[in-house]
Design a protein around this ligand. Structure first.
Ligand code: NAP
Length: 325
């Protein structure tokens, strides 16, 4: 028997229960991981509330963790018991002491990357990897706007953008968060609860506006994001922290300057073993070089998952949040 977080109905943080469960034996192509640290992500809240449907209920939760391989299925060749590993995709159930998942979703950790760094940085770091290196392959010299710059993905993006020679303008909701984003290498920071974002961006860029806007906030920032772009440039809408963007009239893209919009996901980019390996390699390189550090802003025990999610949903966290089993 082992412990895991489970929910039997959608709802608030109170639906998350710490229960005993029988961890599954790995099937032929699976591995079982003994988690040392677990990553908390906004998407976990979407599954809990029902914004994203779960395959069935009761359900486990979470897809992000790091630990040691505990057992492997008979077809698995790239991993063996005792390997230090991390993962960011696959079936829900990472909020647990032991998690069984397809081996193709699991990568070996280099010696230089600690379990807590990996759990705090795997899903969010792979997301930053595809956003900055693939969705729009930044070359250096661009000016970009990144919303929620003191958050999990945002903190990594600030550092990575700086390492690439990109001017990142970050938005945040408090002075403390503005300080964090600056420390992480943001070129400029806008407090969107006090300032007019479009006007500040206009001033900061001498009227040129941005080459790319990265928007994980969604509903509340959609229009502002479009207004911060240069003609014919790209809005990357990658999340719904404030609610989903709905009911778009495509003509708005024409009116605001023949703009492009994409709505990407990690699963759409790390969709093959080869791509996951390449993206992980790129992430581990920036972590090992010290150019990007994973800022673990909050640590909670596994049983405090509800409390941790409440803090994330209510904008009380900075950097990454992890659960310790
Ligand atoms: N598509 C993908 O592949 C992918 C992968 C990972 C994450 N994401 C998305 O990226 C975003 C960031 O994820 P994360 O896990 O790193 O979270 P996070 O940025 O640590 O937390 C969300 C932040 O969003 C901001 N926010 C603005 N309005 C909000 C509202 N009404 N309610 C709550 N937060 C609000 C808050 O920062 P301020 O207080 O500074 O406003 C908050 O701290 C999320 O939307 C997530 O779904 C997408």
């Amino acid at each position: 028997m082992a412990k895991r977080i489970q929910f039997s109905r959608n709802g608030g943080p109170e639906v998350l229960e710490l229960v005993d469960f029988e961890p599954a034996e790995p099937q032929a192509d699976e591995v079982r991981v003994k988690n040392h640290a677990i990553g908390l992500n906004f998407i976990d809240i979407y599954f809990r509330t029902g914004l994203y449907p779960t395959p069935s209920l009761p359900s486990g939760l979470g897809t992000d963790g790091a630990g040691v391989v505990d057992a492997v299925g008979k077809n698995v060749t790239h991993l063996e018991p005792g390997d230090r590993v991390a993962y960011a995709q696959g079936p829900l159930g990472a909020y647990a002491e032991l998690h069984t998942l397809p081996a193709e979703k699991v990568v070996k950790l280099p010696k230089g990357v600690e379990f807590e760094t990996a759990a705090g940085g795997m899903l969010k770091g792979l997301t930053a990897q595809y956003l900055l290196r693939q969705t729009y392959p930044l070359q250096g010299g661009e000016t970009i706007l990144f919303h929620a710059a003191a958050g999990g993905v945002g903190s990594i993006a600030c550092q990575w953008a700086k390492a690439l020679g990109v001017k990142l303008i970050g938005t945040v909701s408090t002075r403390e968060k503005a300080e964090k984003a600056k420390q992480n290498g943001a070129w400029a920071v806008i407090n969107y609860s006090e300032e007019d974002v479009v006007e500040r961006v206009r001033k900061l860029t001498d009227g040129e506006m941005c080459d790319v806007v990265y928007d994980g906030v969604g509903k509340d920032t959609w229009e502002t994001s479009l207004d911060c772009l240069k003609p014919r440039s790209l809005l990357v809408s990658f999340g719904n922290a404030s609610g989903s963007v709905e009911g778009i009239d495509l003509a708005i893209l024409n009116q605001k300057g023949s703009l492009f919009v994409t709505r990407p996901s990690l699963n759409g980019y790390a969709d093959t073993r080869e791509r996951l390996e390449r993206m992980s390699q790129d992430l581990f390189e920036v972590l090992e070089s010290g150019k990007v550090k994973i800022d673990i802003g909050q640590r909670y025990s596994l049983g405090e998952a509800g409390k941790a999610q409440e803090a994330l949903a209510n904008r009380r966290t900075t950097g990454s949040t992890i659960l310790i089993p």
